[in-house]
Design a protein around this ligand. Structure first.
Ligand code: PHE
Length: 346
């Protein structure tokens, strides 16, 4: 019997080494140790043995069972490990592949300039206010002292929605809204950045949509020198500390006197270049002292209060600062153009 048992062990161990998968291990287990196995058969014959023989055979049978079980378990572990390795090999992730990196957006150049202007005026104690892009004829023109006959009130020049409502052609409509909405009139300083619309044919230097920053200061004893100092500060903030400004007489119905303001050319040191068209000066904005009629139309006593106002075009400033030659670039959202600004924030 001992011989038989050892033979079973040998056969089993040999077969186990050849097992390739879990199923063949299970088969081998039932073949060599199962109910119908030769091993069980031999064990059932033990009853006919003497006690001493039983002891001896029992010992060997235990060893054989253990050896077979161990071999089966070890082989099964080996097979599972191999399967795992194969799977890992197959599912391997290549960590050197570039990831789906999302490039964060950048600020639009018009936003950069608008915020620069806002920051400056906030630091000087101004309110920054927002207003509707659709406004009434009254706010856009009438209360700003523009006569009915003024060409800007012509449907040729502005986008009218109804007879009385239009896309605002300038942010000056916010002068009216701000002053009329003030219940108790008192001195104030405000700027209003925002979009504006005119019936221009779009080309490299014109757009039917553009943006401005309106500025309005009302108080007692406000004079032209306050306006000059304020605009000099603005020009130097935008174009450099060494800039000078000059006032040229102009005309706006809502300011009197009115001026166009030029800044000394930042490009050529006023020797004359393409940017300043050889003159050494670049026009940047319109301004003036608030017309008494406008103050009165908005409920301010013009014998007590004076004010100054200005309107600066954001596209114009941005184009000068960044050398943008085609205004359409601001509106077509071409990433190749937009990502050139503020790259340090990427
Ligand atoms: N509203 C004027 C324009 O759009 C600019 C301006 C604003 C002029 C305020 C004087 C005072 O051209």
């Amino acid at each position: 019997m001992i011989e038989k048992l050892n033979k079973i062990k040998e056969e089993a161990l040999d077969e186990i080494t050849k097992c390739m998968d879990e199923a063949s291990i299970n088969n081998a287990r039932s073949k060599y140790l199962g109910k119908k196995s030769e091993f069980t058969q031999v064990m059932s014959e033990m009853g006919s043995l003497s006690n001493d023989e039983k002891k001896e055979v029992g010992k060997v049978s235990n060893e054989v069972r253990e050896a077979i079980n161990n071999a089966l378990d070890n082989k099964l572990k080996e097979i599972k490990l191999e399967e795992l390795n194969k799977r890992l090999e197959k599912d391997k992730i290549d960590i050197t592949l570039p990831s789906n990196k999302r490039v964060p957006g950048t600020k639009h150049p018009l936003t950069i300039v608008r915020e620069e202007i806002e920051d400056l005026f906030i630091s000087m104690g101004y309110d920054v206010v927002d207003g509707p892009e659709v406004d009434s004829d009254e706010n856009c023109f009438e209360k700003l002292n523009l006569p009915r006959s003024h060409p800007a009130r012509d449907a040729q020049d502005s986008f009218y929605i109804t007879d009385d409502m239009l896309l605002r052609p300038h942010t000056s409509s916010m002068q009216v809204r701000y002053m009329t909405s003030m219940e108790e009139k008192h001195p104030f300083k405000m700027i209003c950045p925002g979009k504006t619309y005119r019936r221009d044919d779009d080309d490299a230097t014109h757009s039917h949509e553009f943006s401005q920053v309106e500025g309005l200061v009302v108080g007692e004893n406000i004079s032209l020198s306050d306006l000059k100092g304020t605009l000099e500060t603005l020009a130097r903030r935008l174009f450099g500390r060494d800039r000078e400004i000059r006032f040229r007489a102009s005309y706006f119905p809502f300011t009197e006197p009115s001026y166009e303001v030029d800044v000394s050319c930042f490009n050529c040191g006023q020797k004359g270049c393409g940017i300043c068209k050889g003159t050494g000066w670049i026009e940047i904005l319109g301004c003036g002292m608030v017309h008494p009629n406008v103050l009165e139309n908005c409920g301010f006593d013009h014998t007590k209060y004076q004010g100054f106002a200005f309107g600066v075009g954001i596209e114009r400033v941005a184009s000068l600062k960044y050398g943008v030659t085609n205004m359409r670039d601001y509106f077509t959202n071409d990433y190749r153009f937009l990502h050139n600004f503020n790259r340090k924030e990427m």
